[in-house]
Write a protein that binds this ligand. Structure first.
Ligand SMILES: Cc1cc2nc3c(=O)[nH]c(=O)nc-3n(C[C@H](O)[C@H](O)[C@H](O)COP(=O)(O)O)c2cc1C
Length: 330
């Protein structure tokens, strides 16, 4: 056994060494990509994340209860700087994220009628809004804030049924999964919440059998059924959505929320799925990035097998813990 293989074998057998190896890998990636002060080559993702992050403060500030008061001067300034940069970079001003910024400023301006800016800020606020809103037409479908629309009892029933019937399927029919259906599910899942609405998830889809097999060879939980998977998704998060390392856990959390919605949205269209864990060494992670052509600034969160279930198959009951046993009242 060579020195390298012996070192790798030691790393795998010692939890301390393994933890150092894995955290070291994550640490380097966090250092490299999770920092808005370093401009990435693909400016759109970073700029749109930062813009969302800033104008979301204005958006939500307009919806806080209690006595209305003037707020948000710093967020307004930052939003306007970013919008200027956006324009200077030649990014599309029809992009929903940019239009969302414009509409947020429009909502903020309307609110000034109720909560005017203090005298020392009035001229600045007016000038900023004037500059950014000039020559833009309102887009009513993206106006903000909007009235809260509570759900009906019927919705709860539908969700309950969906949750009850969703099962991890491990035997897929040899049938194509229509692209439109997957896209529809993706659109539904995009409504998932995320920190400051940055939506850091990405979904890479593979339908080529050889490519699926190559990717599945790097994953340890698809034994016996991987060969039946007609469509494989690799769910990742773009680390550049986050301003610095304090947000290091956010990508996984946001992607997890998206994933659950995606499973249900697929299920709602009779498409089955099975999450496939991504508990791998840096070596495997690098290989998957290469095999899947996934950029290095994206962290893989999970694989997801997608397809129609074969007829008359079985699924594990997978018992849940005693009802409410994990609910702790204080
Ligand atoms: C993050 C995650 C990773 C998973 N990884 C695997 C896996 O590698 N292989 C597998 O067969 N099932 C995997 N599963 C499926 C779980 O075993 C399954 O969700 C659980 O037993 C509950 O069963 P149900 O999904 O049918 O309700 C995974 C589920 C999650 C959420």
């Amino acid at each position: 056994m060579g020195v390298l293989s012996r070192a790798k074998s030691y790393l795998r057998s010692s939890n301390l060494a393994l933890a150092v190896w894995l955290h070291g890998y994550d640490f380097m990636r966090t250092l490299k990509y999770m920092d808005w002060r370093r401009q990435p080559a693909d400016i759109y993702w970073q700029k749109s994340s930062e813009l969302l992050f800033q104008y979301h403060k204005l958006e939500k500030g307009m919806c806080i209860g209690g006595k209305p008061r003037f707020f948000g001067i710093d967020a307004l300034r930052a939003t306007c700087v970013l919008m200027r940069e956006w324009q200077a970079l030649g990014l599309s001003m029809d992009d929903p994220i940019y239009v969302g910024a414009v509409e947020t400023l429009r909502g903020y301006k309307a609110r000034l009628a109720v909560t005017p800016a203090p005298d020392n800020l009035k001229a600045e606020v007016d000038a900023l809004l004037e500059e950014r809103l000039a020559q833009t037409q309102p887009v009513p479908s993206l106006s903000t804030p909007i009235p809260f629309d509570p759900v009906s009892e019927a919705t709860a029933e539908a969700l309950s049924s969906l949750l009850l019937h969703r099962r991890s399927v491990r035997d897929f029919a040899d049938r194509l999964v229509e692209r439109e259906r997957v896209e529809r599910a993706f659109q539904m899942a995009q409504l998932s919440p995320s920190a400051c609405n940055r939506q850091p998830w990405r979904v890479h889809l593979y339908s080529d059998r050889a490519k699926i097999a190559e990717l599945l060879r790097l994953q340890n939980g698809n034994g016996g059924f991987g060969h039946t998977v007609p469509l494989l998704a690799v769910i990742s998060t773009d680390s550049r959505s986050f301003f610095n390392a304090t947000e290091r856990a956010q990508g996984n959390l946001d992607a997890g929320l998206f994933l659950m919605s995606f499973l249900l949205a697929l299920q709602a269209q009779s498409i089955a799925s099975c999450c496939l864990n991504w508990c791998v060494t840096p070596t495997m992670d690098r290989r998957a990035h290469a095999a899947g052509n996934i950029p290095d600034h994206e962290s893989i969160v999970t694989y997801l097998a997608i397809g129609y279930a074969k007829d008359d198959i079985y699924v594990p009951r997978s018992p849940r813990r005693a009802a409410l046993s994990a609910l702790v009242y204080h």
